[in-house]
Write a protein that binds this ligand. Structure first.
Ligand SMILES: [Zn+2]
Length: 198
């Protein structure tokens, strides 16, 4: 294995077991090289006729299609990171309308990821066009997406379709649903009336 070094003191890390996990740590100052997941976003931008996809001009997945999205920076709210990525990749201002889900995306050759998937709509007057990392941008019907670069985006689309199929047409964790949950329960809901049995 390639030796790793402490980010604090530069000393060589040694193997340790912490909380049942094999990690590398610094014997000098206790620094631990945790293998934390990276956080990434994917956005289902709903427009007339379907969903906005971009065809990738970069690896991984050159020439294949993807949802707009990308890594969340250290100082960003995930939803704002998602909106920033939409601006960079499909050159469009979007407004998040709900949360589709949160997923673990397992990787072998890189840090695994936590994917946060949003649904969104274009802000007034915004028209998608390809950003620097996209060859083209196009709208595909929800139920017939193009060949996708990432299995995680397939999962997001499947979850999005499932949530749309439900009566009420809201995602399971839509912004509206979360807002409802955050508000105090009404007296009526707190104490449900029992039906009298005949
Ligand atoms: Zn150290």
């Amino acid at each position: 294995m390639v030796p790793h070094y402490c980010v604090n003191c530069g000393g060589e890390l040694v193997k340790r077991v912490i909380e049942g996990r094999d990690v590398e740590a610094c014997p000098q100052d206790g620094f631990v090289l945790w293998h934390d997941p990276k956080v990434t976003t994917a956005v289902v931008v709903e427009v007339e006729g379907g969903i906005v996809f971009g065809r990738r001009a970069i690896e991984p997945g050159y020439g294949l299609w993807c949802l707009p999205g990308g890594f969340v920076n250290d100082d960003e709210e995930p939803a704002l990171a998602a909106a920033r990525e939409c601006m960079e990749e499909i050159c469009a201002g979007v407004e998040m309308t709900g949360l589709i889900g949160v997923y673990h995306i397992s990787k072998r050759d890189a840090p695994s990821m936590i994917g946060i998937a949003y649904q969104a709509r274009l802000v007034d007057g915004s028209a998608p066009s390809p950003g620097a990392e996209m060859l083209e941008v196009r709208v595909f019907p929800v139920d017939s997406p193009p060949p996708l670069a990432f299995p995680s985006h397939q999962r997001v689309l499947a979850e999005f379709l499932r949530s749309r199929a439900k009566p009420g047409a809201e995602g399971p964790l839509s912004a509206a649903a979360m807002a409802r949950r955050a508000s105090p329960p009404s007296r009526e809901r707190a104490r449900p009336r029992r039906r009298h049995k005949p």
